[in-house]
Design a protein around this ligand. Structure first.
Ligand code: FAD
Length: 450
């Protein structure tokens, strides 16, 4: 089996679960406080905010994940010198796992804010801890066990919308198709849901949401929290694309109080890129999602607060005695006060000038070519509209997954608007056909299906 096909918990176990030296634990003591737990006592519960990262001083802690039916599946058992936590503890978000003491345990609990101090103050140790936290999140994403459970048909536009939102925010989740999965049928019976009322989302805190908006879902799973209306941030950044995240990293690393707001997900357009090959320092290329997840974690490490998804709808200038010159109004009527504002809101997509476009958006018309859309279009023929680099990357990515890509270009060719390396790569792909001087003027289909 190829190394990449094996789960990360097998290939990078040592980095995921390192054991700290006694001297390192001594250095960590000033960042936390000791707490003891009796055998069988719970340290962390899924859906609740954990007190922080736990360093195990003595005893043993079992970490488990609940499956759809509430059964616990073991992930790892931590012993002395090991530490328990993942990215949720870095940002103070609700836990994605359960943990209980299997023997009497003494721990050093480092709260979220102090954990960020560890990562900055202890460069080498901080790097090892940060790597472990990131790899553990990747492991949770790979396992497809924890997080909210979406019940709905794979091709349903709302299922895709919710999956896309969770994927792009790096949040573990599961999707169950009632036509194919007996667990889905059990859940529908248990919660008395008619198949016509799908999708539903079952959140780790036990709440059931019926076809929620992204904001409703994010609030329910603790991804976004209320903002303190009295706090004055040094910098409020609108947009968590590459520009916004860069501003957040540099601002927060200089010790400024920073908040980053985005109405969709971190990463912006770059998060949708299958492979970015022209970014300085990545000679072999990197997926946009990986690059942006690194930037997002880096911003959090330096203490930048994030509010995602939160849409900024107003910007007012009201100098006040406490130094807050600006007030941002959010779509949910919250407000953010700041001394300075960075607007990094990026681009707005141009839509096709076709009357019934809306009837097919989300089900057959998509604006990303991520693994989600790749799976959806597998083995089919796909029409891709555009002649810029985004279209070029999407064509290259989809060509390996679909039967044929028709690239529809209004102009006389690709050369004027697409990077040369992409033009050459497309020319070498036998299942991509470029149709020039071609425009989409109508869409035909029924029930959202083209
Ligand atoms: C598929 C694809 C592939 C690409 N590949 C490459 C590549 O290989 N190389 C390359 O150099 N470039 C590439 N690009 C272009 C690159 O991604 C963009 O130039 C870059 O993302 C722009 O960064 P930005 O931060 O300015 O804006 P964006 O990435 O657009 O981010 C802006 C963010 O602001 C948020 N926002 C907007 N309005 C509000 C509001 N009112 N409130 C809150 N949030 C708001 C948006 O949700 C968004 O997340 C690609 C783009 C796409 C779409």
């Amino acid at each position: 089996m190829a190394a990449s096909a094996r789960p990360i918990i097998e290939t990078r176990y040592e980095q995921m679960f390192p054991t700290l030296e006694p001297a390192e634990i001594e250095r960590l003591r000033r960042f936390g406080e000791t707490r003891t737990y009796g055998a069988g006592e719970r340290l962390v519960a899924t859906g609740e905010v954990s007190p922080g990262m736990f360093v195990i001083l003595s005893g043993e802690v079992a970490v488990t994940q609940q499956n759809v039916l509430g059964r616990h599946q073991p992930i790892v058992t931590h012993g002395p010198g090991s530490f328990m936590g993942e990215l949720a503890q870095l940002s103070g978000r609700p836990s994605l796992v359960d943990a209980h003491a299997t023997k009497p345990v003494e721990t050093l609990v480092i709260p979220s804010g102090r954990l960020r101090d560890v990562l900055v103050a202890e460069a080498e140790l901080g790097e090892r801890i940060m790597r472990a936290l990131i790899l553990r999140r990747v492991g949770l994403l790979e396992s497809h066990v924890g997080g909210p459970v979406i019940v709905g048909r794979a091709e349903d536009g709302d299922v895709l919308r919710l999956e896309g939102f969770l994927d792009r925010n790096g949040h573990p989740h599961q999707t169950l198709d009632p036509d194919a999965d007996s667990c889905a049928k059990t859940l529908l019976e248990r919660f008395h849901v008619e198949p016509s009322r799908l999708p539903i989302v079952l959140c780790p805190n036990g709440q059931l949401l019926r076809n929620p908006s992204e904001v409703e879902l994010a609030r329910c799973i603790g991804l976004v929290r209320p903002i303190d209306p009295a706090k004055v941030y040094d910098v409020a950044i609108i947009g968590a694309g590459p520009a916004g995240l860069a501003a957040a990293v540099y601002g927060a690393s200089e010790g400024l109080a920073v908040i980053v707001l985005d109405c969709r997900a971190f990463g912006g357009q770059a998060g949708a890129s299958a492979r970015i090959e022209n970014y300085l320092g990545f000679p072999t290329g990197i997926s946009g999602m990986h690059l942006m997840a690194r930037a997002f974690n880096q911003a959090q490490k330096f203490g930048a607060e994030t509010a995602i998804p939160d849409e900024v709808v107003r910007l007012q200038c009201h100098p006040s005695p406490d130094g807050a010159r600006f007030q941002l109004g959010l779509a949910n009527d919250e407000r953010v006060r700041a001394r300075a504002v960075v607007i990094a809101s990026g681009a707005r997509y141009r839509r096709l000038d076709v009357a019934n476009l809306g009837a097919f958006e989300g089900s057959c018309v998509h604006y990303w070519a991520s693994p989600l859309e790749g799976k959806l279009c597998a083995g089919q023929e796909v029409a891709l509209v555009g002649a810029g680099n985004s279209a070029g990357q999407a064509a290259v990515y989809l060509a390996s997954r679909v039967a044929k890509v028709w690239l529809l270009v209004r102009g006389p060719g690709l050369e004027a608007s697409m990077s040369r390396y992409l033009v050459e790569r497309i020319a070498a792909l036998p299942n991509v056909e470029v149709l020039v001087q071609t425009e989409v003027c109508a869409l035909e289909g029924h029930g959202g299906i083209l």
